[in-house]
Structure formats: structure tokens, C-alpha cells
Design a protein around this ligand. Structure first.
Ligand SMILES: Cc1cc2nc3c(=O)[nH]c(=O)nc-3n(C[C@H](O)[C@H](O)[C@H](O)COP(=O)(O)O)c2cc1C
Length: 323
């Protein structure tokens, strides 16, 4: 996910034993021009890592692939689902769903040149509800040698709103022999199980639900394997993961950029906890948050949550009210 699954995040995710991870979507133009910021998005070439690119033409995808093969990537994923205007207007992301011939050209070339590494595609149900073509393009992927597909079961017009159509995942699963990974609206063990039951999908890809809740990966794995739900993480475990995450961000990006990068993760980690607004206010004051300061403020807050003690300036009853 753009802005989230950067190299420090992926390092942290090793603790969650995720079988497949994706980079943020990388713009092929930027790759071809060897933009520094883009190179930093690539990170370590771990075995389970798929590098995701967006390209609107076979020529551009080919240029980006040349750079990535030099970089010794371990897996390639093509984004044919991004709804963002700036991606669509360059012909890439979900725009490709309107051009199956270009999809075929891109996939054929990628498969030929990257025959030694796994190749997957992420796509949507179609451009809009009047032009659903996930079965047609899914078959193109299979015919062109894509190893597995991830279907975000929404249309481009839906963007991220409305419900994902899990019945599309079921239809695709019935239509193809290659593995079909379902995506859209998994936010808990229960929704993961419901998606598996509804669609028969071979795996689950999760987007927004894991922001601040990486434990959801473990819940989804349990649902896929038919196991019972796991216990929610303890306060101590949350503290360990949040502070480790920030440590990894600081190591990778340095103190100047890290505070800004971390904020959105912190918002996710604290979401729904009583009194979290005050903690955010306190931590967001700092333009260059140190790891020690994070540990102090968060430690005090979590201790208050665990023991029912009051936070400075906040009575215990207000912890609930400020949630
Ligand atoms: C902030 C944000 C960034 C995203 N970036 C990417 C991306 O880089 N590549 C991608 O394939 N999907 C990206 N997505 C889409 C998600 O991976 C996912 O397909 C979508 O959110 C639906 O799944 P969900 O309901 O589990 O969130 C992004 C979504 C959001 C909200």
C-alpha cells in the first residue's frame, strides 16, 4: 500500500510470518528515470517480496522491468487496480481494464523476460458495473502465464467505497485454475472467514484493515486454515510492536523524515483506544520525535490503560470520554 508498506514496515512484518508481501506501487516512469526516492522504496530483496509496478503500456512496463531485473527482484506484481486519477490518466492502474489487448501485451512480455521469478497481478472487477470484465481479463492472466491473481472486488468507479463484491471472487475462482487471492473489506477474523466461505479464495490480501493492526494478518491466516480466532494482542505486545516499528523507520529514513512517516501508523495503532486523542496531541507536538520520547509517553499511557491510573491532567473517567 502506497505510503505504508515501505521497507521498515516490511521488516516489521517478518514477525507476523506473512507468506507474501508487496512493495508500495512504484511508478514505472520514476523507475526508468532512476529516481532516488523510488529506489529507496525497493528495499531489501527478500524472498517473499513482490515488487509492484504500474505502467500504462507494454513499452513502459518493459523499461521498468529492465531496471528491476538489474536490481535482482524476487517477484513482480503488476497493478491494474489503482483508481487514482494521476495513475489512470497515464494509462496505468485500473485504466488498463478498458484495454485488454494492452493487458495481454504487457503480461506476455513480463512473463517472457521474468520467467525465473513469480509473477502476479492485482486488478479490479472492472471499470464500472456496466463493464465488469474480471472473468475475461482473469483468463488473459492465466493464458499469459501469471502465477496468481489478486482481485479487489470493486470497480474503478467505486474506488474504495461501497461493499466489495465477494461473489466476483467466487466466480473468478470457479473460472480459473491459477490461485485467486481475494481482496476487499477484510477487517477481522470474522470478515476473513466470511470471505473464505463466500468465495473459496486461495488466500486473502488485506489493505486498510492492517493499518495499525498487523495482528489481523494472523487472524486472517487462522481463518484461512480453519482455526479458531486468536486472542487480541496484549498492551505490552502493542507497545513492543509500535516502538519497534518506529525504531525501524528511524533506522531507514533518519530523524528528519521519520516523524512524519510514523504519524499515520500511530493514528492506526491507537485507533479506538480510550483517551488516545490526548496521546496523539502530545506526540504530534514534536516535529522530530525521538524513540525515547515515544516510549515515555506511550509507556505512561499504556500503563494507565492497564492499571486504570489517570494520565497527567486526565481523570480515569475522561479516558473513556475522549476515545
Ligand atoms: C492509502 C492506500 C494506499 C494503497 N496503495 C496501494 C498500492 O500501492 N498498491 C495496491 O495494489 N493497492 C493499494 N491500495 C489498495 C489496497 O491494497 C486494497 O486493494 C484496497 O484498499 C481494498 O482492500 P481493503 O478493503 O482490505 O482495504 C491502497 C489503498 C489505500 C487506502
Amino acid at each position: 500500500m502506497a505510503g505504508y508498506t515501505d521497507p521498515p514496515y516490511r521488516e516489521l512484518m517478518k514477525e507476523f510470518r506473512i507468506p507474501v508481501l508487496f512493495t508500495e506501487m512504484i511508478d514505472s516512469h520514476a523507475l526508468v528515470h532512476r529516481n532516488d526516492k523510488t529506489s529507496k522504496m525497493l528495499g531489501r530483496r527478500d524472498q517473499q517480496l513482490f515488487t509492484q509496478i504500474a505502467a500504462g503500456t507494454a513499452v513502459l512496463a518493459d523499461g521498468a522491468l529492465s531496471v528491476l531485473l538489474e536490481e535482482d527482484i524476487r517477484g513482480i506484481n503488476l497493478n491494474m487496480g489503482c483508481p487514482a486519477k494521476k495513475v489512470v490518466s497515464c494509462g496505468g492502474g485500473s485504466n488498463l481494464l478498458r484495454h485488454p489487448t494492452i493487458i495481454r501485451d504487457i503480461c506476455r512480455n513480463v512473463r517472457k523476460r521474468a520467467s525465473h521469478i513469480p509473477f502476479s497481478v492485482k486488478f479490479r472487477s472492472g471499470w464500472d458495473m456496466t463493464s465488469l470484465n474480471f472473468l475475461e481479463v482473469g483468463k488473459i492472466f492465466e493464458d499469459e502465464g501469471v502465477d496468481f491473481v489478486i482481485l479487489h472486488a470493486r470497480t474503478r468507479t467505486q474506488a474504495f467505497s461501497g461493499r466489495a463484491h465477494w461473489n466476483h471472487i467466487r466466480m473468478l475462482k470457479d473460472h480459473l485454475r491459477i490461485p485467486v487471492i481475494g481482496n476487499g473489506d477484510v477487517v477481522s477474523y470474522e470478515t476473513a472467514k466470511a470471505m473464505v466461505d463466500a468465495s473459496g479464495c486461495d488466500g486473502i490480501a488485506i489493505g486498510r484493515g492492517v493499518i495499525g493492526n498487523p495482528w489481523l494478518y494472523l487472524q486472517a491466516a487462522a481463518a484461512l486454515e480453519g482455526d479458531a480466532p486468536l486472542k487480541e494482542p496484549s498492551i505490552d505486545e502493542r507497545f513492543r510492536i509500535i516502538t519497534r516499528h518506529y525504531e525501524l523507520i528511524l533506522d531507514y529514513f533518519g530523524s528528519r523524515l521519520s516523524t512524519h512517516i510514523f504519524r499515520k501508523h500511530l493514528v492506526g495503532y491507537l485507533k479506538g483506544l480510550p483517551g488516545q486523542k490526548l496521546v496523539k496531541e502530545e506526540l504530534f507536538k514534536d516535529e522530530a520525535l525521538s524513540l525515547e520520547r515515544l516510549k515515555d509517553v506511550l509507556g505512561e499511557y499504556f500503563l494507565a490503560l492497564k492499571t486504570g491510573l489517570s494520565l497527567p491532567n486526565v481523570a480515569p473517567k475522561d479516558l473513556a470520554q475522549t476515545a
